[in-house]
Design a protein around this ligand. Sequence first.
Ligand code: FES
Length: 102
Amino acid sequence: MSNWVKICTQSDAPSAGSVGEYVAGGVDICLANADGKLSAVDNWCPHRRGPLGQGWLEDGKVVCPWHAWGFNLTTGDCPEEHSKVAVFALKLEGEDILVDIA
Ligand code: FES
C-alpha cells in the first residue's frame, strides 16, 4: 500500500549534483539530484546516524559526511560495509514532488 506525500516543489529540490535534507509526512529524507535524476533515501546513516542529506554525491551514491560510507541511490546498498538504507519512490504531480513513505 502506498502513502504518497509532498516532499517539496520542483523549484525547492536540490540542484544537479547536490543533496538536501527534507521532511515528508514526519519522515526525514535525503533527496539527491544526480545529474538531473532525483532519488530519495532515509536521511539517517545506519552506521552512526550521520545526516546523509548533508553528504555529497559520488558515482551514483550518496556519501555520508561523517565516515564516508557510500549508499547506492537506486538500491540503497553499501556493499563494502554490508549495510543498506531505505529507498523511497518519487513521482511528479504538477510542480510538486511526492514521495511514497509507506
Ligand atoms: S555515520 Fe555515516 S558513515 Fe558513520
